[in-house]
Design a protein around this ligand. Structure first.
Ligand SMILES: [Zn+2]
Length: 64
C-alpha cells in the first residue's frame, strides 16, 4: 500500500517533468513554424470561409 502510493507519486513527478519538456519542445516548434510561415510565399486554397496555404498550412479566415 505504502509502496503503491509512493510509486504513483513518482509517476506524477515523472509526468510533470515530461510535460514541461514537451511544452518547451512545443514552444520551440511553434517558433520554428512561425519563422517558416514568415518566409513563405503563400499559395492559398480557398475553402468556404477560410483559405489555407498549401505550403505552410497557414489558415486565414475570409469572414469579416
Ligand atoms: Zn504559406
Amino acid at each position: 500500500m505504502i509502496y503503491e502510493r509512493k510509486s504513483s507519486l513518482n509517476r506524477v513527478i515523472q509526468i510533470k517533468v515530461e510535460m514541461k519538456e514537451l511544452e518547451a519542445q512545443l514552444e520551440q516548434l511553434k517558433k520554428e513554424l512561425n519563422i517558416l510561415r514568415e518566409s513563405c510565399t503563400h499559395e492559398f486554397e480557398k475553402k468556404d470561409y477560410v483559405q489555407k496555404c498549401m505550403k505552410c498550412h497557414l489558415i486565414e479566415s475570409l469572414q469579416w
